[in-house]
Each structure stands twice: as C-alpha cells, then as structure tokens.
Design a protein around this ligand. Structure first.
Ligand code: SF4
Length: 377
C-alpha cells in the first residue's frame, strides 16, 4: 500500500463530498491532555457530560487495538440566518446557538465519516475504521488540534485559519499509518476578547473553562439554574456563542456550504410564550431535528421562562402564573416564581401567597419566599 499516495486520494475525495478541512495525526496517547483533564476534574470544572474514563479519552489504542492514525475532519457552519424572523412588535423570542442550527451536526458529520469509511474500505477491505463525533470517547478538539485543523483558542474552541471557529469536528481512528500533519501555530497572542466577553467569567484563564459556569452548559442542565446565572443567560434558550462572536478570528465569517445546516428562523429563534405549554409531540416535531433538543423540552422551557424575565415581558404574566400554579415540575414552578418576581409589580405578593397555599415542594417554596422577602423589605 502506498499510504502517502492514498492520503492525497483521500484528501481529494473528502473535498468532493463537502468536508471543508481534513487533517491527520498519529494514534499515540494524548498524554498532556490527560493531565489537563485530571486537573479539570480535581478543580470540579467538568460538566459531567464527558466520557468518565480518562484513559479511553486520551489513548486511541484502547478504542482500537491496531490503531495507527486518526483522521480529523471539520465542516464550517453558518453564522447568519439567510432569512429573518417575521416578528411583530412586542413578541419576545429565544435563541438557539449557531451550533444547533439546521440538522443535528452529529448526523451530518457521521454521514460524511461513513462516506470516508466506505471510500477507505473499497481500496483496503482489511482496514479498520472507528468514527466518532462529540459523544465519542476521544476529545474532538484535542484530535483536531494535533491533526493541524486549527489551534486551540483561549476560548477553548478550535480556530481554523480558513473558517474561524464555527466548525463542527469529527474524527476516525484507523489502522492505516497515515503520515501525520503538523499542528498550527497558536495565533491568539495578547488578545483576551473572549475572556472579557464571557457573561459568567467561565473562562478561568486562556484555554481553561469552568464548565459549571459556562452558559452553554447551564442551558443544558435539567435542574434549577443557580440564581447568580439567571440574569446572565438572557434570551439564550440553548447554548451560547459569546466567546466565539467576540473573537476577531471569526469576524466576517459566514459560510453556507451545507444546505442542511441552514437555520429555520422560526425554529431557532422561537416565540417564547408558546414554549411554556408546548406538548411533547409538538416539541419533537418542531425541534426534534436540532442538536439543541437532545436534553428534551424541559431545559428549553425553563430557559424560556428565564428569557421572559430577562425581557420583563408583562404579557407573559398569565402564562407564568399558570406554570406556577399548575405545572407538575418543581423546576418550572420555582423558575416561574422567580420570573414573576422580576416582572410583576405589587400584584406578585397576592399571586405568590396564593401559590403558597397549595405548594408542597420545599425548593419551590424557597423561591417563592425569596421573592416575598425582597418585597417586604
Ligand atoms: Fe484567541 Fe482572542 Fe479569539 Fe479568544 S477572542 S480565542 S484570545 S483570538
């Protein structure tokens, strides 16, 4: 097998199927990454969504005995919507982050990786291939960095010189010993714009994030959002783009290479009030194809309540009262109590006192009492 010639063939093929960037690295362990992840764990900076086995995350040979190299791919996604939402005055909307626009990127990238696998298998039927996107064991960003896709920015994103950081990443471990590519030099320099832009100071320092403070993570949790973060979430109902939009490397970047990644404005910037009572079936129908729906409707609904409070939307008071009095989920009732405290005038006292008569959940009671106490001061 002439591996070098085949590498070029594979690069050419990847371009023909719409892969915007491809890079290659060895399958050797990510030793430095392992110590970084251990440190993150010690500090309590992990989100809990990660693969717990650090050896699997950092040693490709544990995932494939004969692993010899890793192929990293990147697909650029749009940063601006082609069509604007048709909003009437006073209508309040939430926003999904850009990585959640269009068809779930796990599906899109997987399809591209499967095509690459088939291309490899046609030439080399004995080849072994193991592909993954985001939820796989390996750390996509670490693989992409070592494979020369981009450098790891202070905002913890991979920044490609060609497309900025608005790229989806995926990778494939193989037993083919491809020649590795060179990593790209870090170009962040003295810049700290992403650190300054982060609404919750989640970027502890360049390249280190405390996931528990990150708005993108907070919007995906299912419990009560700690109060200190609620005002910072604004109208983000899924994800956060602040550290990427602030980055000068992303200035003017907006690529529309993949029709399946185009946003439907009414879906990614939905009206907030209807979200509060949306049925499971309607939620699935409207949002089911977005990666941002992976945690179900509860976090999105909770975030919609937070967003209505952010807008101080008086027209939402009846809906919020309904959530407070009738929603079976304590997280929703507690968040609604807080939101009513933000939006309402003195009428909130009567509403909350009425809710207290039937409320049995101690956490919701706490939220209600907190609002009442501030009104009594
Ligand atoms: Fe690097 Fe500046 Fe971009 Fe942050 S904003 S990732 S420091 S270039």
């Amino acid at each position: 097998m002439n591996v070098q010639a085949f590498k070029q063939e594979l690069i050419d093929y990847s371009k023909s199927i719409g892969i915007d960037k491809i890079g290659f690295t060895t399958a050797s362990p990510f030793a430095e990454l392992k110590s970084r992840l251990e440190r993150q764990r010690e500090l309590g900076y992990q989100s809990g969504f990660e693969e717990p086995d650090l050896d699997k995350r950092t040693n490709p040979s544990l995932l494939m005995n004969e692993a010899r190299s890793i192929i990293a791919i990147a697909l650029a996604y749009p940063t601006k919507m082609k069509n604007r939402v048709q909003s009437k005055e006073g209508e309040r909307r939430g926003i999904f982050s850009r990585a959640s626009w269009g068809t779930d990127y796990h599906i899109v990238l997987k399809e591209h990786l499967i095509q690459l696998e088939s291309f490899i298998m046609e030439r080399f039927p004995d080849a072994l291939c193991k592909s993954m996107v985001d939820t796989g064991e390996l750390v996509d960003r670490a693989v992409a960095e070592r494979a020369g896709i981009g450098w790891s920015g202070k905002n913890c994103s991979i920044i490609t010189p060609e497309f900025g950081s608005f790229v989806y990443l995926g990778e494939m471990i193989t037993n083919i010993p491809f020649e590795p590519d060179e990593p790209i030099e870090d170009r962040c320099g003295d810049c700290t714009k992403c650190l300054d832009a982060c609404p919750t100071s989640a970027l502890v320092q360049g390249g280190q994030i405390n996931a528990n403070r990150c708005v993108a993570f907070l919007t995906q949790t299912k419990g009560v959002v700690p109060e200190e973060f609620r005002d910072k979430i604004g109208n983000r109902i899924y994800g956060c783009d602040s550290c990427q939009t602030a980055c000068p490397e992303n200035k003017g970047r907006d690529f529309h290479f993949h029709p399946e990644m185009e946003a439907e404005p009414e879906v990614v910037k939905p009206l907030l009030k209807p979200l509060l009572t949306i049925s499971n079936r309607d939620f699935k129908e409207k949002f089911g194809s977005l990666s941002g729906s992976w945690r179900g409707k509860k976090p999105i609904q909770r975030n919609a309540i937070i967003a209505l409070a952010h807008f101080k939307d008086h027209t939402a008071i009846p809906e919020l009262i309904q959530v407070l009095m009738e929603d079976p989920r304590p997280v929703m009732r507690g968040t609604a109590a807080w939101a009513l405290g933000k939006i309402c005038g003195e009428q909130v006292i009567d509403v909350l006192n009425k809710a207290k008569q039937t409320e049995r959940d101690p956490e919701v009671m706490k939220e209600i009492n907190k609002v009442l106490e501030t009104r009594m001061d």
